[in-house]
Design a protein around this ligand. Structure first.
Ligand code: NAD
Ligand code: UDP
Length: 333
């Protein structure tokens, strides 16, 4: 299939591109490089030993999308382009609604005009807000506590309304938990242009000696060791989830599923695993809780398994090992 991959130069998108190429699809990346660089394209090509098409553009530019869809005879879309910082979303809500919601509407209009009806969307476990029970299944109430989560939930609603209005539209909404790790080659990984906010890139940066210590946000949660628990999922497992979703859209139809491992690890457990893998000491201090954080979040993954036949296979050590391979390689260039 010819698959338009919006945000394909980003962290998750670059790993999805590799998986699609490995399974014989032709991804066409569309990205404005607001949080990535075009260097990743050559690295993807090196890993899979194939060339890949990449077009620079903004998803809010509908005519540009129509042109790309027509010229590349696109069959389906995997839509990852978006802004993803929780803190920034609360400071710049208009930017977040413009790109994440407005950009998706522009993409859907381009698809409507060109007759493309299948789209996989990067949603987030953030849509659930404070957990009422664990593990979180897809029927758990949604109640986002930040603008970023609101933009994801509103986009899901638009997709649902659209498929209810016209059955030819098929959507796969994938609610990711905490994507981490990198491709095993160490050639691509998470490379945000600003300062990272997420735990694993920060641990990697401490291990590499770029930062002095990790600040652990809260040691007084009612968890096994007092630190926050999350469901970390390997980015290559996640990438396979997109392939499963595209296949399910073609064979069966719309779906909304969690993509996680179903396992929760504390901050201290992640630090311990990373230390073991990297053979580096990760100095840390325990600080006060980060505003908006919750004690524990992890997924019920049964629906993804029963509908898509998808299950995460890589464990915490593999997540840390590939993150470290990527970080070590990055430090050399
Ligand atoms: P990323 O920032 O690495 O990738 C997003 C890509 O989209 C970047 O390459 C960026 O340049 C591009 N982009 C942003 N705005 C654009 C626009 N207007 N037009 C064209 N391209 C644009 O982020 P990621 O971690 O790869 O996340 C991909 C998607 O998954 C996002 O939608 C994000 O919200 C979602 N998601 C990510 C996580 C996570 O923890 N990484 C968790 C849940 C959901
Ligand atoms: N965390 C931390 N220090 C940091 C960054 C994150 O202690 O510098 C903790 C955070 O409080 C949470 C876990 O690590 O318990 C995962 O945080 P991340 O921001 O990666 O994901 P999210 O909170 O969005 O699920």
């Amino acid at each position: 299939m010819n698959i338009l991959l919006t945000g394909g130069a980003g962290y998750i998108g670059s790993h999805v591109a590799i998986t699609l190429l490995e399974y014989g699809h032709r991804p066409v990346i569309f990205d404005n490089f607001v949080n990535s660089t075009s260097n990743v394209i050559a690295r993807i090509e090196l890993i899979v030993n194939k060339t890949i098409d990449c077009i620079e553009g903004d998803i809010r530019d509908m005519p540009a999308l129509i042109k790309v869809i027509k010229e590349n005879k696109i069959d389906a879309v995997i839509h990852l382009a978006g802004l993803k910082s929780v803190s920034e979303s609360n400071e710049k809500p208009l930017d977040y609604f413009s790109v994440n919601v407005g950009g998706t509407i522009s993409l859907l209009q381009a698809m409507k005009k060109t007759g493309v009806r299948h789209l996989v969307f990067s949603s987030s476990a953030t849509v659930y807000g404070e957990p009422r029970y664990l593990p979180i299944d897809e029927s758990h109430p949604t109640n986002p506590t930040n603008v970023y989560g609101e933009t994801k939930l509103q986009t899901e609603l638009i997709l649902r309304n659209l498929s209810e209005s016209d059955a030819s539209w098929k959507f796969g909404c994938l609610r990711y938990f905490n994507p981490v790790g990198a491709h095993h080659s160490g050639l691509i990984g998470e490379a945000p242009l600003g300062r990272p906010n997420n735990l694993m890139p920060i641990i990697a940066s401490v291990a590499a000696g770029e930062r002095g210590e990790l600040k652990i946000f809260g040691g007084d949660y009612g968890t096994k060791d007092g630190t926050g628990i999350r469901d970390y999922v390997h980015v290559m497992d996640l990438a396979r989830g997109h392939l499963a979703s595209i296949n399910y859209l073609a064979k069966v139809g719309s779906h909304l599923v969690n993509l996680g491992t179903g396992m929760g690890y504390s901050v201290l457990e992640v630090v311990g695993a990373y230390q073991q893998i990297s053979c580096k000491t990760i100095p840390y201090s325990v600080e006060k809780r980060r505003s908006g954080d919750v004690a524990a979040v992890y997924a019920n993954t049964k629906l993804a398994e029963s509908l898509l036949g998808w299950r995460a296979t890589q464990n915490l050590y593999e997540m840390c090992a590939t993150s470290w391979a990527w970080k070590s390689q990055q430090s050399k260039i």
